[in-house]
Design a binder for this molecule. Structure first.
Ligand SMILES: Cc1cc2nc3c(=O)[nH]c(=O)nc-3n(C[C@H](O)[C@H](O)[C@H](O)COP(=O)(O)OP(=O)(O)OC[C@H]3O[C@@H](n4cnc5c(N)ncnc54)[C@H](O)[C@@H]3O)c2cc1C
Length: 548
């Protein structure tokens, strides 16, 4: 292992400040874009070999693979703006219907609500349950009413939000009188695939934020679409990285882990960042660092903080954030010898014991990527369906051998959704594990989640799990839009506080951030009335029963 200083050929005076962005997910790319376009020099580092999407990920047999199939919901205005700005053409499918399956068959479908007449929310969604919930009795459906009230109450004040965060979602659901069947058949699978944990392991506050943002804010909030060919990295990160490299000299270091942040104990200023080449183990040091964006998850932060004693001491909130848990994910792809004509391209597994407590989804890529089907098969002629399946909260599944995971899909899960899966043979398959790769919003975790701005002014945080304070955005939960927006806000924070300057200070501007659609009037009114009533009630020392 060697250690050397990594030179940067131009001085800060000539070309503005230099920021190291650690982590090249949506948050890191958001921060890099905001800073580069403000004229700031940026080095973006990530442990993955190619964070720019220019070398597509393939299987051993040369077929494309992506870690997780990710949807783009209706209210992703900043990612939509990026897509337009990059002028990448039509990269998304139309909005699709999603289906929920249990061992009993089809449980429910989530239709494309934007195609029907729009009602004030949640009227349209409630009416849709009449036809779209196939088995759940009406009294179970109605038992969710209390949750609608709690969602109105959630943001009454910071203190109330904190109380909800301290509760686990299962306890809240039970105290609100939601029926076991409604919880087990609908809320549990929804949370398992939305926040990747069952309700008893989730903050009630974050669970409600998710349900509101993705399903309740507007009738068409749940409308979702997908990339219609290749991968997100190829369609969005690749053109973005090319543009930032060509126009703004962005430096991207793939296969490189940030190992240590050197912070002056006396002045609390970041001095340098130590990097390690993943392949060779060689150490280099970036010396001319003016600020750092930490765009990593809990696992990455834990590793960094354990090696950065001055930083840990000066910003104990980062150590607290690093102590939060993260979730294992397993992604797989099956290439089949025949087409399975299932009616829905995007699907959720619910209540299957074979999942061992994990959440599960599957996507018919031959349907979502119909127009570029050949690419799904690499150099081979297409033979049939290509099924991408993801498992969340997947410690149990991850411990199984690849063959058992494939057998589980082919024999214990997929045949319940369409009988033709029983006749299909797997001609190729790939399984990959991503331990600790996703933020876990556990009960009481809100206080510990990293803040956008830390006690060290020149270190900011970005990512789906970051608390944005007065810059908070309406996109919630494990969500690409939230991560991207938070990256933009991290860049804006450094610029706004004059902690970094571009080469031309008069052009060091903040990146625009687009809010999601405004809350509907009945929600605004409901919240205001609730606040009016609850203020005096709490003044008498009375509490809502679920806070008892
Ligand atoms: C299987 C799956 C399905 C999903 N489905 C959806 C969906 O349908 N819709 C949706 O909107 N969202 C979905 N999400 C969530 C969404 O992808 C995330 O919320 C979002 O991508 C998080 O972005 P991020 O930049 O905050 O974090 P990440 O994407 O996790 O990026 C963090 C990066 O930091 C790097 N890193 C960590 N430590 C270091 C270090 N020391 N040095 C250098 N680099 C480091 C990591 O390699 C990683 O690339 C899904 C996630 C998964 C896993």
């Amino acid at each position: 292992m060697q250690e050397r200083a990594m030179p940067h050929n131009t001085s800060a005076g000539q070309r503005g400040s230099h920021v190291v962005v650690i982590g090249a997910g949506w948050a890191g790319w958001g921060a890099a874009k905001g800073l580069c376009e403000a004229g700031v020099r940026v080095t973006l580092v990530d442990g993955m070999a190619d964070p720019t999407g220019s070398q597509p990920v393939t299987t051993k047999s040369g077929k494309p693979f992506e870690a997780g199939t990710r949807g783009f919901w209706k209210d992703y205005p900043n990612i939509n703006a990026l897509t337009e700005e990059l002028d990448v053409g039509s990269i998304y499918t139309g909005f699709t219907t999603s289906a929920f399956w249990s061992p009993d068959g089809l449980e429910a479908t989530a239709p494309v609500f934007g195609e029907s007449p729009q009602w004030p929310s949640p009227l349209g969604q409630v009416l849709a349950t009449v036809t779209n919930f196939k088995r759940l009795p009406v009294r179970d459906r109605l038992s969710i009413a209390g949750l609608l009230y709690a969602i109105l109450d959630l943001n009454r004040s910071d203190r109330v939000f904190q109380h909800y965060d301290d509760l686990n979602a299962q306890a809240l659901f039970v105290r609100l009188g939601i029926s076991d069947r409604m919880i087990d058949d609908f809320l549990r699978p929804t949370l398992l695939v939305g926040l990747f944990k069952p309700p008893e392991e989730l903050s009630a506050a974050v669970a409600m934020e998710l349900l509101y943002y993705y399903a309740l804010a507007h009738q068409d909030s749940f409308d979702v679409r997908w990339i219609k060919s290749k991968s997100i990295a190829e369609h969005l990160f690749q053109p973005l990285s090319r543009r930032l490299v060509a126009r703004h000299d962005l430096r991207v270091l793939g296969g490189t882990l940030a190992r240590r942040l050197h912070v002056s104990a006396a002045t609390h200023v970041v001095r340098s960042v130590e990097l390690q080449d993943v392949r060779t183990g060689d150490i280099t040091v970036l010396e001319d660092v003016d600020a750092v964006v930490l765009a990593v998850g809990a696992k990455g932060l834990k590793a960094l903080m354990s090696e950065s004693p001055e930083c840990s001491k000066a910003a104990p909130e980062l150590v607290a954030a690093a102590s939060l848990g993260s979730i294992d994910v397993v992604s797989s792809r099956l290439w089949l010898d025949r087409y399975v004509p299932i009616a829905y391209p995007a699907n959720v597994f619910s209540r299957f014991s074979a999942l061992q407590g994990a959440g599960g989804t599957f996507f018919m890529l031959d349907q979502l990527q119909r127009d570029s089907e050949q690419a799904l098969w690499g150099d081979e002629p297409p033979q049939g369906s290509v099924v991408a399946s993801d498992f969340y909260n997947a410690a149990g599944i991850a411990a199984m051998p690849d063959q058992e995971i494939m057998d589980c899909l082919m024999h214990q899960l997929l045949p319940f959704t369409h009988p033709e899966f029983r006749n299909a043979k797997v001609v190729d398959a790939e399984v990959r594990r991503y331990p600790g790769s996703v933020s876990h919003f556990s009960p009481g975790s809100f206080r510990k989640r990293p803040p956008l701005e830390t006690s060290i002014p020149s270190i900011v945080c970005a990512g789906d799990w970051v608390r944005m304070g007065d810059r908070e955005h309406g996109a919630k939960g494990l969500c690409q839009e939230r991560a991207y927006v938070c990256g933009l806000e991290a860049a804006n924070s450094l610029i706004r506080r004059n902690l970094v300057k571009g080469s031309d200070p008069s052009k060091t501007l903040q990146h625009p951030v687009i809010p999601i659609r405004a809350d509907e009037p009945q929600v605004v009114l409901g919240r205001a009335l609730n606040k009016l009533v609850m203020g005096p009630i709490e003044g008498f020392g009375l509490k809502l029963p679920w806070f008892g």
